[in-house]
Design a protein around this ligand. Structure first.
Ligand code: NAD
Ligand code: UFG
Length: 334
C-alpha cells in the first residue's frame, strides 16, 4: 500500500517524500509540474535508492486520477498540489480558485470512489485573522487574499466530507517553511525573482541579487521589522509523518499548526544567516509590502501534545542548509 503525494515534486512534497521513504513508507507522486521539476523526484530516488512511481498529471483531471488509483494501491493521500503565490492570487483569483478547489474536489471524489479514507492537507497560517498572534487552532480565521480564501474553503469542504463519510483527515496549517535538506540535493527552487525572504537572502548571498530590501522598518515589533515563525523544511516534512500516523488511528477531521512557536524578525534572520554562514548580507530598508502583517507565529502546543511532533532544528540550521543548497545548485534544478 502506498501514500499518494499530490504536488509531490514541489518544495514541501519532495522533502516529505524523502522523510516518508526513510521511515519505510511507499510513495507515489502525482504532479503536473506547473511549479516544479521532475529532477526533484529523481534526486529523492537517488538519495533513497528507491523508485518512485511518478504521474505527470493534473489532480483536477478525473480520468488521470482514476487511472492512477486503478493502477496503484493507495492507502492514504497527502494533498500538497496547489498554487501558492499570494500576489499572483490577487491578480488571477479565478486561476487560484479553479486550480486549488477543482483539484481538491476531484481528489476527494476519486478517494471516495476507491474507498481511500485518509487525507493530510496542506493548509496555511495565512487563514488566521491578523492581529492576535500567537495563533492557536481555534483563533479567528479570515483568508486575507484569494489564495488564503481557497485554503479556508478547502478546509471547510474537507470538514463537511469527513462529517458525512468515513473520511479521516488532518489539516496542517504551516507557518514559514524554509531551508533545504542538509545534503544540498533537494531544496526550494523558486522561478524568477523570489517573493519570499529566505530564497531572496540565498540569492543575495550568491551574488544573483545585489541587496535584500527589508519590507518595512516601522512595524510595532521588537526591531520594527516583520516577525514570522520560520520552520526548517525537514522538521515540516517529519510533521507529515506524524500527521499520517495520527490520521491512521483517528476518525474525523483535526487541524494542527506546524510551526516552532517562536517569532523571528527579518533583521534577526539576517543576523542568523550571517552567523551561520560567516557572511554579511547587504540589505536596505524599504517601505512595507502591501498586504503584509506585522507578526505571525504559532502556538504549537496541540501538535506537540497530539501528534507528538515538535520542530527540532534551529534558525541557524535553516540558514546553513539554505546556503548549502544555493551553493550547490545556483540555478536550482535547471
Ligand atoms: P510548490 O509549488 O513547490 O508545490 C506545489 C506542487 O503542486 C508543485 O509541484 C506544482 O507543480 C503542483 N501542482 C499545482 N497545481 C497542481 C495540479 N492541479 N495538479 C497537479 N499538481 C499541481 O509549493 P510548496 O511550497 O511545496 O507548497 C505545497 C503546499 O503547501 C501548497 O498547497 C501550498 O499552498 C502549501 N503551503 C506552502 C507554504 C510555503 O511557504 N511554502 C506555506 C503554507 C502552505
Ligand atoms: N520580506 C522582506 N524582504 C523580502 C521578502 C520578504 O523584508 O524580499 C519580509 C516580509 O515583509 C515578511 C517576512 O520577510 O515580514 C517574511 O516574508 P515571506 O514572503 O518570506 O513570507 P510571508 O510570511 O509573507 O508568507 C509566507 C508564504 C505564504 C503563506 C504565509 C503563511 O509566502 O504563502 O507565509 O505563513 F501564506
Amino acid at each position: 500500500m502506498s501514500v499518494l503525494l499530490t504536488g509531490g515534486a514541489g518544495y514541501i512534497g519532495s522533502h516529505t517524500a524523502l522523510a516518508l521513504i526513510e521511515a519505510g513508507e511507499k510513495v507515489v507522486v502525482a504532479d503536473n509540474l506547473c511549479n516544479a521539476s521532475r529532477e526533484a523526484i529523481r534526486r529523492v530516488e537517488e538519495m533513497t535508492g528507491t523508485e518512485i512511481p511518478f504521474y505527470e498529471a493534473d489532480v483536477a483531471d478525473t480520468a488521470a486520477m482514476n487511472a492512477l488509483f486503478e493502477r496503484e494501491e493507495i492507502e492514504s493521500v497527502i494533498h500538497f498540489a496547489g498554487l501558492k503565490a499570494v500576489g499572483e492570487s490577487v491578480e488571477k483569483p479565478l486561476l487560484y480558485y479553479r486550480n486549488n478547489l477543482d483539484s481538491t474536489l476531484t481528489l476527494l471524489e476519486t478517494m471516495e470512489r476507491f474507498g481511500v479514507r485518509r487525507l493530510v492537507f496542506s493548509s496555511s497560517a495565512t487563514v488566521y485573522r491578523d492581529g492576535n498572534a500567537p495563533f492557536s487552532e481555534d483563533s479567528p480565521l479570515s483568508g486575507s487574499c484569494p489564495y488564503g480564501r481557497s485554503k479556508l474553503m478547502i478546509e471547510q469542504i474537507i470538514g463537511d466530507v469527513c462529517a458525512a463519510s468515513a473520511l479521516s483527515a488532518v489539516i496542517l496549517r504551516y507557518f514559514n517553511p524554509v531551508g533545504a535538506h542538509p545534503s544540498g540535493r533537494i531544496g526550494e527552487d523558486p522561478s524568477g525573482v523570489p517573493a519570499n525572504l529566505m530564497p531572496y537572502i540565498s540569492q543575495t548571498a550568491s551574488g544573483k541579487r545585489q541587496a535584500l530590501t527589508v519590507f518595512g522598518g516601522d512595524y510595532p515589533t521588537r526591531d520594527g521589522t516583520g516577525e514570522r515563525d520560520y520552520l526548517h523544511i525537514c522538521d515540516l516534512a517529519e510533521g507529515h509523518l506524524s500527521a499520517l500516523r495520527y490520521c491512521r488511528e483517528h476518525e474525523g477531521a483535526e487541524v494542527f499548526n506546524l510551526g516552532r512557536g517562536e517569532s523571528v524578525t527579518v533583521l534577526e534572520l539576517i543576523r542568523a544567516w550571517n552567523r551561520a554562514n560567516d557572511m554579511d548580507i547587504p540589505y536596505v530598508l524599504g517601505p512595507r509590502r502591501e498586504g503584509d502583517v506585522a507578526v505571525t507565529y504559532a502556538n504549537a502546543d496541540k501538535a506537540k501534545k497530539m501528534l507528538h511532533w515538535e520542530a527540532r532544528r534551529s534558525v541557524e540550521d535553516m540558514c546553513r542548509d539554505a546556503w548549502n543548497w544555493q551553493k550547490q545548485n545556483p540555478d536550482g534544478y535547471r
